[in-house]
Design a protein around this ligand. Structure first.
Ligand SMILES: C[S@@+](CC[C@H](N)C(=O)[O-])C[C@H]1O[C@@H](n2cnc3c(N)ncnc32)[C@H](O)[C@@H]1O
Ligand code: SF4
Length: 375
């Protein structure tokens, strides 16, 4: 279980209408931020006292492709020096299509990025507008093609439930991604609760928004289409050509340690979960003063709880979990929860196949109900 490193880059050219990630518009604080990051990486490596190297690094954001690639290169250098990087490490950067000029792509490759995860959201201009995306569909397709040519290993994010989206328009976006040659797709249901501008739009024009049943039908169609195109689903929100699954993201679902660096980054060291401060000013100050940026620890769950968490995470994967682990945990549950799981099997939400328990397609759509049994 080789650990991974997550590095948060909290800068974006523009804050999109729907986004609740920690990201600031512009790069005024860039210089200080990267100094802080280097200091954090070094002091945490000193605390870890050696023996740890990463086989995946994930620059998430915000928009890592928006900052000067050499800054990301220096972060990789610091990680390598302070901890160690495996020679075949998967190194991903999240990217916005706007940034992916031929020159920027070359720089990203040259500093050691070998996988891109591009925020596309939709390939329909009239859907990109209410999201306040700055690229249009044609620009995103061009960027994806250039990225696929140079990197091969390219993922794209799509969203279901964008105002004005229809089943047909969603499927046309999926076709566009496939034609551009991406080998991994992440599909999210648009959440608007924390997006006041979209909540207001829903108040004014509710007909632009899909209800839950319609969202579920769209999801099923996307799942079928991607599978037919040779990108089966390997996790609730992720599809990939076999061999192109994200090594880094798989660590979250298999309880493999991932250390998070940067503002608001979360870590799991194999035993404890903890989070860095979510305030830029505080992060910068702590880094300058060489004080740990960790601001909260989750209680360390005792073994049975940790195993229950592991089971829930494992059920997110399409391969599911070994029946023996499932049965062991089920035996520890109160009667009402065990009954809930019985009901989930009877309703066709869970199934046992070749010694493993997994969610069915319908079970994925109702996964929150299934997971209630473990809470
Ligand atoms: C950090 S962004 C990706 C990189 C880059 N910042 C961009 O947007 O192009 C991560 C992804 O989260 C998804 N996302 C963000 N806000 C969301 C929301 N409110 N509901 C569902 N998905 C969301 C989007 O698909 C987005 O591409
Ligand atoms: S979706 Fe991406 S580009 Fe838009 S605000 Fe969020 S992190 Fe920034």
């Amino acid at each position: 279980m080789t650990p991974g490193a997550y590095v948060h880059i909290p800068f974006c050219a523009h804050r999109c209408a729907y986004c609740s990630f920690l990201a600031h518009e512009g790069k005024r604080e860039e210089e200080d931020y990267f100094e802080g990051l280097a200091a954090e990486i070094r002091s945490r490596a000193a605390e870890a006292a050696g023996g740890l190297s990463f086989d995946s690094v994930y620059f998430g954001g915000g928009t890592p492709s928006y900052v000067d690639p050499h800054r990301l290169g220096r972060v990789l250098g610091t990680l390598e020096e302070a901890f160690g990087l495996c020679s075949d490490a998967e190194v991903t950067a999240e990217a916005n299509p706007d940034d992916l000029t031929a020159g920027r792509l070359l720089s990203l490759r040259d500093i050691g990025i070998n996988r891109l995860s591009v925020g596309v959201q939709s390939l329909v201009d009239s859907e990109l507008a209410p999201l306040e995306r700055r690229h249009d569909a044609a620009g995103a397709v061009d960027a994806l093609r250039r990225a696929v040519d140079l990197f091969g290993n390219v993922s794209a994010d799509l969203m279901i439930g964008i105002p004005g989206q229809t089943r047909e328009s969603l499927l046309s976006s999926v076709e566009g991604l496939l034609a551009a040659g991406v080998s991994h797709v992440s599909v999210y249901l648009l959440e608007i609760e924390k997006a006041p501008r979209l909540v207001a739009l829903r108040g004014e024009r509710p007909g632009l928004f899909a209800d839950d049943d319609e969202m579920a039908d769209r999801w099923l169609e996307v799942d079928e289409r991607l599978e037919a195109a040779g990108l089966p689903r390997y996790e609730i929100s992720n599809w990939a050509r076999p061999g192109r699954e994200s090594r880094h993201n798989l660590k979250y679902w298999t309880l493999t340690p991932v250390l998070g660096f940067g503002v608001a980054a979360h870590s799991f060291d194999g035993r404890r979960r903890f989070a860095n401060t979510g305030t830029m000013a505080e992060y910068g100050q702590r880094a300058r003063e060489r004080i740990s940026p960790v601001s909260s620890f989750e209680e360390t769950p005792e073994d049975p709880l940790r195993r229950k968490e592991g089971l829930m995470l494992g059920l997110r994967l399409s391969g599911g979990v070994p029946s023996s682990s499932f049965e062991e945990i089920r035996a520890t549950l109160p009667a009402a929860s065990a009954g809930r799981l019985e009901d989930a099997f009877a309703a066709g939400l869970l199934e046992t196949v070749s010694g493993r328990v997994r969610l069915t397609r319908r079970g994925v759509l109702l996964s929150n109900e299934v997971f209630q049994a473990f809470l």
